[in-house]
Write a protein that binds this ligand. Sequence first.
Ligand code: HEC
Length: 355
Amino acid sequence: MVACIGRGRGQLSPVVVLASFLLLSLAAHAQSATQPLGGPHGVVKSANGELLEGIMVQLIAQKNAIRTTVYSNADGRYEFPMLEPGTYTLRIARPREFHPFVREKLELNGPAELADITLTRVTNAALLPALPEIAAQMTGSEWLLSLSGTGEEKRLLTVNCNWCHSYQQIFRNRYDEHGWAQIVNRMTKGAGSPLINMNPRGRFNDEDTAKLVKWLATVRGPDSKDPPFVALPRPQGRQTRVVITEYELPRLELATHDVWGDSKGNIWYSPHRSSYIGRLDPRTGAVMEYRVPAVDAGVLPGTHWIYVDKNDIVWGSENWAHSIWRFDPKTEEFTRVRWKVPEPVNSPMGRQLRA
Ligand code: HEC
C-alpha cells in the first residue's frame, strides 16, 4: 500500500527523473527590504555592464532536487535564504530575452558571494525572435499580445479557455480549421476536466465557436508563422522581494489539486488524476505516497479536495468517483463514504449536468 520514494541521487528512479517538471510550489514568503536572508548572494548584469532587476536566480540542490528561486533587485543584487551545504546547480529560471545561463556542480557552504552572472541578450530588437525556447517561456498574456487578431477574437479565448490549463498548452499546438473545431468542441462540451462525459449544450453559441475556431486556425494553423514575441516588463521593486521554494513530486500526470498542512509541518497533496495521495516533508523534500483503494471499473481515480483535521486525520473528496475518504496516517487505512449525487460518474460532483 505504501510507496516511499527515495530522494537520494543514487535512488532516483526513471519515473522521478521524468517527473522533474512536476514541481509543487508551496512556499512564497514575502521578504523584507531590510532583513538579509543570509544565504548565497551575488549580482546579475548584462554583457554591457547594466545591472539587471527582476531576474529569477535559482539554485537546485543535487541531494533532494529542492529548487529555491529569488529575484534580483534594482541594484542587480540577489540573495538566497540560508541553504543546506551541498552541491547545487545555479541557473536563471526564465532567461526569456537572454541566452540561458547554467552553472553546474557549485559547492555551497554558507553565505558565499557568488561570481557575477553576466547575461547576453538574444537580440537588440524590441520584439523577441520566434524561437521555440522563447515561445515556451511566454506567459499567456505575452502570447495574446504577440498573436495577431482582434480584441473580439482574443476575448472569445480568454472567457472560454481560461481556467483549466495555460494558454501555452493551447498555442504550442497547430491544427487546421477542422482540427481546431474538434478540439474546441471537446473543450467546451466535455463536462469537467476529464472531458469524458459530453454535454450537448456547449459553453457558447455556434457563431462564436466558429469565430474562435477560425481565429485559432489562422494564428495556429499548420502553416501560420510564429509571431515575434512581445515581452512584458520584468518584476520591479517590491515584486522582486519573494523567495519561491519548489519540490519535486514523484509522478507524472499527478495534476496536483490541493494542499493542506498537518500539525507536524508536513504538506499533504491531492492529485486530480492519480490513485496516490502524498505527504511532503518540506524540510527534506522527502515524499511518502499512499495508494487510495481502487475505484469502480470505468471510473477515473483521483482526489479533489484534501483536508487535515486537528487530530491529523486526512480527508479527501473524489470528484470523479463521487465519494469521500478518511485516511488515518497511523494505521495507513482508508475508509470510503459514497456520496449520492445526481451527476454521472466521471463528471464533477455537486453541480448538475445541464442536459
Ligand atoms: C474544462 C476544462 C478545460 C477547458 C475550459 C479548456 N480545456 Fe483544453 N484541455 C483540457 C484537458 C483536461 C486537456 C487534456 C490535457 C492532458 O490531459 O494533457 C486539454 C487539452 C487541450 C489541448 C491539447 C494540448 C496538448 O498539447 O496536448 C488544446 C489544444 C486545448 N486543450 C485547447 C483548449 C481551448 C482552445 C479551450 C477553449 C475553447 C480549452 N482548451 C478549454 C481541459 C480544458
